[in-house]
Design a protein around this ligand. Sequence first.
Ligand SMILES: [Zn+2]
Length: 374
Amino acid sequence: MPETARPILRELVIHGPQSRTALAQSLGLSPGSLTRLTKPLVEAGLVVERDAVRESVNGRPSRPLEVVADDLHFAGITLTSDHVYGVLTNLRADVVARETSPLMNLAPETVIAQIGQVTEALAARGGQPVAIGLGMGGNAYTPAPVGENELLDSGLLGWEQVPVRRLVAERLGIPCVLQNDVTALAYCHQWFGEARGIRDFAIVAIGDGIGYALFIHGQAVRLTEAAIGNFGHQILTSDGPLCPAGHCGCAVSYLTKGSLLMTAAQGMRRFPTYPEVLRLADAGDPVCSRAVQQAAWALGIVIANVVNNTGVRTIILTGEAMDIAQVGRPDLERGIAARHPNPKDINITVDGHDFHQWARGAAVLAIRHHISDH
Ligand SMILES: [Zn+2]
C-alpha cells in the first residue's frame, strides 16, 4: 500500500463508508487525486465500492467507498494482577470474540504462555489475527512510556526488564504492539468511542492505581510512567489520609480501591469488600457514605486540576473503582467547583467498566499499527 493511500484507509476505518466527494473534502484532495490514491486500495481488496446512492448535495448518484473490515482480525490483550482478558476484533474494532483466563502465576514465561493460549483460543473462534496489541501499566518510577523501551518493568506484575513485546511476537508469529493500557483505551475512544472528533481530551482511570492519558490537537501527549505516577501522587490537601508513598492527602490516598477500603475500614472496624462499601454508601450508611463522598470530592479536584492545567474540556472517567463518580456525583461536582469557576464548561463521561473494553483498546493499538498511523 502506498504511503499516500494510508490517510484514506484511516478515514474509512474511523468514520465508516463515505462518498468520494465527502472523502476528498475531508482529506483536502482533488477528485482526481482521490481516484488515483484509492485505486491500489480497491485492487488490494482493502476497500470496496458500495451500491450507488444519490448524494444529498447535488443529487448525483455516487458509489460510497467502504473498508473491507471483516477480512482482517486483530487481537487485543490486557492484564490485571490475576487475569488475562482478550478480544478479537475486525478492522473497525468490532469485537468478534472475547476470552478470559485466570493467571496461574505472575512469572513472565507463564503470563506470556497464557497470552499465547488466549490469543489462540480467540483465533480458533473468529480467525487468525494479523497483529496483536498489548495494554499494560508500567512501573511508576520508569522515566519512559510503556512500549518505548524494549525491556518492560511492571509494578503490577513485579516484572523487571522483561522483553515482553518480543516474547509475545515470537510466541505468536505476528507483530506485537505494546503501550500503556490507559493510552490504548484513549486511542479506542478517539477512533471509535466517546472522543471521536474531539481533539483535546483526557482520561482518568481509577482502580488499584490511578491512570492518566492526555490528547492535545488529536495527538497523545508523551507521558512517562514516572509522570503518570506523579499525576496520581499530586497533593490535593495537606491534611488528608496517608498513601503508600508517605504523602498526606495525595490523589492516591483518597481514590484508589485500596484507599477507599482503608478509609471505610477505619470507621467500620473491619475490612469490607469494595462492592459492599458502594452498596452501603448507596443505602446511606454513615461510614461508607463518607468514604465515597471523600473519594468523589477528591476526584472532582483532580478533574478540575486537569482542566485548569491543560485546557481540555472533555474528561472520560473509567476504571474498576469509577462507581464512586456515580454514587458520589454531588461530591464530585463540589470538588470541581472548589477549583474551577465554570464547572458546566466541563464535559464528563463515565465509562462503564469492563476489562474486555480495555482489551479492545489494546486491539486498536494493533489496528493503528497495521494501517501505520504512529
Ligand atoms: Zn501519594
